[in-house]
Design a binder for this molecule. Structure first.
Ligand code: ZN
Length: 380
């Protein structure tokens, strides 16, 4: 792989955006602000901002491909779509499905992870279910929800070769508290799709749950006498996912979440579906038929919201608008915070030793180019 020397713009490193240069060798950041080695290929940033690529840890697809229906080639298609929106690493969120169908998706994801990278890198699997609460199922097929079953999780994890990095569970579902205790050292556990009371949610966090899935959406909400799962995840230092499309959460709710949690504990996710990047129409989300109208995805028939059509770069622009903060303040929600949640020490930052997963943004925070492991993946 060719060494690259990025210069002629601003670099987001160490929490600051400032003029500088980045030397990439063997797919990693080798040094910042050193002279260009002789013969090294120079990338002119054209006055733009070079930032760590975005990490999306909760998404069901985009660009026309649904994670639950995708084969390995479909996962690569999703990766290329994401790269065009600045994402360099992602977890595929497998929506609750039958064991047979879930095992199919896991196998395809594993094959995609082993294939050469042509877009955003598939970093692993997020299981959204099946251990969720029927009353808060959102777009989950109710008949496929299950009580806690660590043996089922272990079958999935064995099929994945350890690639299940993240799982959403509802702690009030029978058997789930035992599962959290048993599995917290093996997989990052988030709580969500849940109406758990405060005490049950706190016990789940004390037992090892480390995040909240799409905070405020599909969960029991705060009341001063019954703080519920919402009160528990705001109070305790867990990471909180947030869907910042301006539909799932009012901008004021996003600001309140940031005021409660701080800028280091909120993870911006898209929860996008195959319709992301495509016009209004009829689509699929796992086993569901979905209608997208004015960019808003809902289940056909019930009108229940079913994921989003958000892209990560749009989430960044929304967050800058919602908070009035500069991109360097907002970007950790899409980079460092998800990397820390998943324990990805070499992702989410521009620093020596980190993977050269990079995005070049213009002044309007539009994506100009994306690199994964030092290889340009957008524009192709
Ligand atoms: Zn989801």
């Amino acid at each position: 792989m060719r060494d690259l020397y990025f210069t002629g713009g601003r670099i987001l490193a160490g929490g600051r955006a400032r003029p500088g240069s980045v030397l990439v060798q063997n797919g990693r950041v080798a040094a910042l602000d050193v002279p260009a080695p002789a013969g090294c290929a120079v990338v002119d940033l054209g006055g733009g901002l070079l930032a760590p690529g975005f990490l999306d840890i909760h998404t069901h697809g985009g660009g026309g491909t649904d994670v639950n229906a995708a084969d390995a080639a479909g996962f690569a298609d999703i990766g290329r779509f994401f790269a065009a929106h600045g994402t360099t690493g992602w977890l595929c969120s497998i929506l609750t499905d039958s064991e047979e169908r879930t095992l199919y998706s896991i196998g395809q994801a594993r094959a995609a992870m082993a294939a050469p990278v042509t877009g955003a890198r598939l970093l692993g699997i997020h299981l959204e279910g099946p251990f969720l609460a029927p009353e808060y199922k959102g777009a989950m097929p109710g008949q496929l929800l299950r009580t806690g079953d660590a043996a089922l999780f272990r079958r999935y994890q064995a099929a994945a070769g350890g690639a299940v990095r993240y799982m959403t569970v509802a702690p009030e579902v029978a058997g789930v508290p035992e599962m959290i205790r048993e599995l917290a050292g093996e997989v990052v556990i988030a709580i969500g799709h849940s109406g758990a009371d405060y005490e049950t949610a706190i016990r789940a966090i004390d037992a090892g749950a480390r995040a909240a899935t799409h905070t405020f959406n599909a969960m029991g909400l705060f009341h001063q006498h019954r703080p519920a799962i919402m009160g528990a995840v705001l109070e305790r230092p867990v990471f909180c996912e947030a869907i910042c499309d301006g539909r799932h959460l009012h901008p004021g709710t996003v600001r309140m979440l940031l005021a409660c949690k701080g800028w280091d504990r909120v993870v911006a996710v898209t929860d996008s579906i195959q319709a992301a990047g495509l016009p209004d129409g009829r689509y699929r989300l796992g086993v569901n038929d979905v209608v997208v109208h004015d960019g808003d995805a809902t289940l056909a028939g019930s009108g229940v919201r079913a994921g989003s059509t958000l892209t990560a770069d749009q989430a960044l622009r929304n967050l800058v608008r919602f908070t009035g903060q500069p991109p360097e303040t907002v970007l950790p929600l899409l980079t460092e915070n998800p990397a820390r949640l998943l324990g990805l020490a070499e992702k989410g930052r521009i620093a020596p030793g980190c993977d050269a997963d990079l995005v070049l943004l213009d002044d309007a925070l539009r994506v100009r180019a994306t690199w994964v492991g030092g290889a340009k993946v957008y524009p192709a």
